[in-house]
Design a protein around this ligand. Structure first.
Ligand code: NAD
Length: 259
């Protein structure tokens, strides 16, 4: 019997990553979950994925800011025997004026979003090349395509992630490996909930004003994107009908980047 394909989703115990993990688990992939937290703190997320899974579900705690992405991929291959789908989803946000931006915050954002994806991709590609099939999906952002004030590190890292996406796509195109970036607008997740407080402080507004005047202002639909919409696109990109979609950015942003 052919072995089940395996997918690693980074930052997958919350928000978008959890929704993608649940969708790919329901699609039949063996799923490696990852986040920063010790396993006993995220049992709810792990059981939610197990409930819908058709294959195996496992969890590895790893901090992508500490260059643990390579080991994460190696351990995923050791556990499931292969890696077919890599979703680089882990990310954080820091909001501050450029002149006040702490170097450690700049480095932390870049280390997770950009360096983290570099390490996991570099480690996963040889295994994908060996079977001549793979899907790499980088969860970038509308901020990989356009900027907003006070988010210098995040915007720079996400633009960089798009550059990495395009470059790797060219290198592996002849081996049926696709590499794409999904670029969501505002999706209501714990990351955005926390950001609402930070934005309220930096803009001297209430959280409700931030929601209406800052977050949903550039999103013409005036609605948050749902995590399932992102998960559904990830699932589609993993299918054979998406084999010619590579090296591109797919905006799911309620029209934001049409401005
Ligand atoms: P979230 O805060 O709900 O989840 C982030 C996940 O990443 C968590 O599981 C967390 O444990 C993990 N993580 C954080 N730091 C990590 C580290 N150092 N090592 C390993 N894991 C780590 O966030 P979310 O809103 O679901 O965002 C997921 C991705 O989507 C991020 O890359 C984010 O930039 C991107 N994104 C989010 C939005 C949005 O509006 N929510 C919009 C565009 C892009």
């Amino acid at each position: 019997m052919a072995r089940r394909k395996a997918a690693l989703v980074t930052g997958s115990t919350s928000g978008i990553g959890l929704a993608i993990a649940m969708r790919l688990a329901a699609d039949g992939y063996n799923i490696m979950l990852n986040s920063l937290e010790p396993e006993e703190q995220i049992t709810g997320a792990i059981s939610a994925v197990k409930k819908v899974a058709k294959g195996g579900v496992a969890y590895i705690q790893a901090d992508l800011a500490l260059e643990q992405g390579t080991d994460l991929v190696i351990d995923t291959i050791a556990h499931f025997g292969r890696i077919d789908v890599l979703v680089n989803n882990a990310g954080i946000q820091k909001v501050s004026r450029i002149e006040d931006f702490l170097q450690e915050d700049w480095e932390h954002v870049r280390a997770i979003i950009l360096d983290g994806a570099f390490h996991t991709i570099r480690a996963a590609v040889p295994d994908m090349l060996s079977r001549k099939w793979g899907r790499i999906i980088n969860i970038a952002s509308a901020h990989a395509l356009v900027a907003s004030p006070f988010k210098s590190a995040y915007v720079a890292a996400k633009h960089g992630l798009l550059g990495l996406t395009k470059t790797v796509a060219l290198e592996v195109a002849e081996s049926s490996i696709t590499v794409n970036a999904i670029c969501p607008g505002y999706v209501f997740t714990p990351l955005v909930e926390k950001q609402m407080k930070d934005q309220a402080q930096v803009h001297a507004m209430s959280e409700d004003q931030v929601r209406r005047n800052i977050m949903l202002a550039p999103q013409p639909t005036k609605q948050f994107v749902q995590v399932e919409e992102i998960a559904s696109m990830a699932s589609y990109l993993c299918g054979d009908m998406a084999r010619s979609i590579t090296g591109t950015s797919i905006a799911i942003d309620g029209g934001w980047t049409a401005h």
